[in-house]
Design a protein around this ligand. Structure first.
Ligand code: GA4
Length: 344
């Protein structure tokens, strides 16, 4: 895809995020990973600087690995509530319904949050699938391994595009056996909004002439990189200019990739960790699965020397992922945490 085709194809400013009429649609950059390597890395860097989000096609994750994971996900969310609750509560790992984090955030979503450590997947699988936990474990492990590979490849391309000498410096963190990466399955059930409700918490979607509720509220991802895949039901929105929500079209043939807070810090602010949210659809279930690539808890988060210069001094103080994660869980979902780690 040509760089020229990047960009917002229709923009009408609407300053209020909730109840705003959505008249904008965005064409996120679609990057074909089978193109020439230096061109791909250049496109990725540009997308991360401008949007913090992009889609990848020809990504190399085998279709059967994705299909099997989707099937397990559908199967899990289709179970009776009591069975799903066997895998909960999400503290933070396990099955959760409507409650997000520990500080009172709520959303119209049910989810399964898993640590990607093989032992943890194996243990959780037993409470998730009482009938065939071995299958669940092997499907999740296969999917997580494949998307981790994709995330590592993208991180190497980013380092190359940024002319960072040690091109594995980003990917090494999520390849580490002690990586604190997590995997999340989300199900946003269809929600019908009453006109009364509409005024309080719904977002009017004029394109589909329907109303939606917030499934997962506004936030940025705390980790390094997120690899998201969804079914063909829209709902993801990104906030490019403050307060303007732009829907991202669903595309089951692609993965949606976004920069997390740590990558913003590790690129000394060159890449942006953009706030996003997920809305429910009035008629259809939205299903998504997200891999959040994170370093080991003790890893120190700093920018490589090439990205820190006298004219661009270090924006953030060095910190560990453990420190950052603790801060994230002590705040509300929508709070800006990276700001707290800025150098004075
Ligand atoms: C947002 C990104 C991931 O979904 C997640 C979320 C986590 C959770 O749901 O437990 C958090 C949220 C996410 C950011 C702030 C904290 C932590 C809920 C919350 C209020 C799994 C993650 O790592 O951070």
């Amino acid at each position: 895809q040509d760089i020229q085709s990047f960009g917002v194809n229709m923009v009408v400013a609407s300053p209020t995020p909730i109840r705003s009429e959505k008249l904008q649609v965005i064409d996120l950059p679609i990057i074909d990973l089978s193109l020439e390597r230096s061109e791909v890395s250049r496109l990725i860097v540009r997308a991360c600087e401008e949007y913090g989000f992009f889609k990848v096609i020809n990504h190399g994750v085998p279709e059967h690995i994705i299909a099997r994971m989707e099937e397990e996900s559908l199967n899990f969310f289709g179970k009776p509530v009591a069975e799903k609750q066997q895998a909960g509560p999400a503290t933070p790992f396990g099955y959760g319904c409507k409650t997000i984090g520990f500080t009172g955030d709520l959303g119209e979503v049910e989810y399964l949050l898993l640590h990607t450590n093989p032992l943890s997947i194996a243990q959780k699988s037993i409470s998730i699938s009482t009938t065939d936990s071995a299958k669940f474990r092997s499907v999740v492990s296969g999917y997580v391994e494949a998307v981790r590979e994709l995330a590592c490849e993208i991180l190497d391309l980013m380092a190359e595009g940024l002319w960072v000498h040690d091109t594995s410096s980003f990917s090494r963190l999520i390849r580490d056996v002690e990586s604190d990466s997590v995997f999340r399955l989300n199900h946003y059930p269809p929600v019908l909004c009453s006109s009364n409700n509409n005024n309080i918490c719904c977002s009017k979607d004029v394109i589909n002439n329907s109303s939606s509720k917030v499934g997962f509220g506004e936030h940025s991802d705390p980790q390094i990189l997120t690899i998201l895949r969804s079914n063909d039901v829209g709902g993801l929105e990104i906030s490019l200019d403050h307060g303007v929500w732009v829907p991202v079209s669903p595309d089951p043939t692609a993965f949606c990739v976004n920069v997390g807070d740590l990558l913003q810090a590790m690129t000394n602010g060159k890449f942006v960790s953009v706030r996003h949210r997920a809305l429910t659809n009035t008629f259809k279930s939205r299903m998504s699965m997200a891999y959040f690539g994170a370093p080991p808890l003790h890893a120190r988060v700093t920018a490589p020397p090439e990205l820190v210069t006298p004219t661009k001094p270090s924006l953030y103080r060095p910190f560990t992922w453990a420190e950052y994660k603790k801060t994230a869980y002590s705040l509300r979902l929508g709070d800006s945490r990276l700001e707290l780690f800025r150098n004075c």
